[in-house]
Design a protein around this ligand. Structure first.
Ligand code: PLP
Length: 426
């Protein structure tokens, strides 16, 4: 956690004292380090420099404008999955030829916007989708570009909710059916076929699954070549894991690059990568305040002001996030501590059964590695407003999103006329 570090027992984000920051920004809030984003981007771009890949940031990990703008400024393109993400990508001023559109349920109107914006390509997930893209492009009188997402049937050993490349998963076209599907797509007059796409899962810590995937795709590329279909782009997706746990090591990008660069060069196609979590996960923490501490015989509950509506990963995936106090002074370590939120669900926890310093109400905690799939999955459950987001660069902080106001949650609500009559005070 080099961009989040202790200085005289106080947690800093870069050169900003987080305790002092809590006086300016009410908790809970997400806090991001700009220089962490820049450093993670550099790790990938340096490792793969020999093949000059298109690094298309997978915006689903964190769609905040300042995050996207930062990554576009560093050189990223975008992997998007909705019309909203297309809008957000274009808002950064990124060149449309750096945008890829994936997702199993693209709507005709989203496809239309993307074709009009002249994005680099669609990642087609099924043949019926290819026909919808063809139809929309024909109506617009344009030719668009597309790759096919091949499901290589590789189980990458990660949580089953974030495995995406086995034949049980809804994503992509099965490996066995892909060859015929590609031939069919190549015959469509308004689609220019670009290449292969795969994304086998998320939070992968071992390069072996990528190497296996590449070997499977190589077989396909050779077969296509023999039938006169040239592959121009090879997209290996995202999925590079980060070190959520103390004893974990983040995915070794340099090692993967060393193992596959020569193969990619020999294939002569443009490499595309779609990292999400690796770029933004370690760059963000969730800052929360201890509200109450309940000490029972064999268990302590630390109740904080951030809940599953702010960060759902622990409840949804049993995901582990390190949690550390903002003030790290010497104190007793308690056993069997649950750090829980205020939401009325037993599943509302940020950490379970931890060995944890004996904290007291009013103290602040940082939930680490929360920059990916954090704010983007926040909800209004329990009528709680979504929290603020703050970015730090060197010694300055910038509020990049204000906390949602309660009236904003109600903004789109309407009463049916038959209830308006009875709205008198009771
Ligand atoms: N590309 C595709 C097609 C995805 O579905 C995802 C995540 O689900 C990603 C990239 C980004 O994955 P990660 O955040 O693990 O890098």
């Amino acid at each position: 956690m080099t961009y989040f570090h202790y200085r005289q027992s106080t947690l800093y984000c870069e050169k900003v004292n987080i305790e002092r920051l809590t006086r300016a920004v009410p908790t809970p809030f997400y806090l991001y380090s700009y220089n962490s984003l820049a450093s993670s981007y550099k790790t990938i771009s340096t490792a793969f420099a020999p093949v000059d890949p298109l690094i298309a940031y997978s915006m689903k990990a964190n769609f905040s404008w300042a995050i996207c703008q930062s990554l576009a400024g560093l050189g990223c393109g975008f992997d998007i999955v909705s019309g909203g993400e297309l809008r957000q990508a274009l808002r950064t001023g990124v060149r449309p030829e750096k945008i890829l559109f994936a997702g199993v349920g693209k709507l005709p109107e989203e496809i239309e916007h993307a074709i009009k914006a002249d994005i680099l390509m669609f990642n087609i997930e099924s043949l019926p989708e290819a026909y919808v893209i063809e139809e929309v492009a024909k109506i617009l009188g344009k030719k668009t570009r597309a790759a096919i997402r091949v499901n290589p049937d590789i189980d990458p050993d990660t949580h089953k909710y974030i495995t995406t490349g086995t034949k049980e998963d809804k994503f992509g076209v099965n490996f066995a059916a892909a060859f015929d599907a590609i031939r069919e797509i190549c015959a469509l007059p308004h689609i220019e076929f670009m290449g292969l796409h795969s994304h086998i899962g998320s939070q992968l810590l071992n390069p072996d699954s990528y190497i296996k995937t590449l070997k499977r795709l190589q077989v396909m590329i050779r077969k296509l070549d023999q039938s006169g279909i040239r592959i121009r782009t090879l997209n290996l997706g995202g999925g590079f894991g980060i070190a959520y746990e103390e004893d974990q090591k983040a995915f070794d990008i340099a090692q993967l690059a060393r193992k596959i660069v020569a193969t990619v060069q020999s294939l002569g196609c443009q490499l595309i990568l779609e990292p999400g979590r690796f770029l933004v996960g370690p760059a963000g923490v969730l800052i929360t305040k201890v509200l109450y501490v309940k000490r029972r015989a064999n268990k302590t509950f630390v109740i904080v002001d951030a809940g599953m509506n702010d960060l759902i990963r622990p409840s949804l995936y049993a995901a582990h996030h390190r949690i550390i106090p903002v003030k790290d002074h010497q104190r007793q370590i308690e056993k069997n501590v649950d750090i829980v939120g205020p939401v009325c669900e037993s599943a509302d926890f940020l950490g379970l059964s931890r060995r944890f310093p004996a904290v007291e109400p009013g103290e602040y905690l940082a939930v680490c590695d929360a920059g990916a799939y954090g704010y983007v999955m926040a909800s209004n459950y329990n009528f709680r407003s979504r929290c603020a987001e703050v970015m730090v660069r060197n010694s300055r902080h910038y509020v990049i999103r204000d906390r949602e106001q309660l009236r904003e949650i109600s903004k789109h609500e309407k009463l049916p006329s038959f209830l308006k009559k009875g709205q008198k005070k009771r």
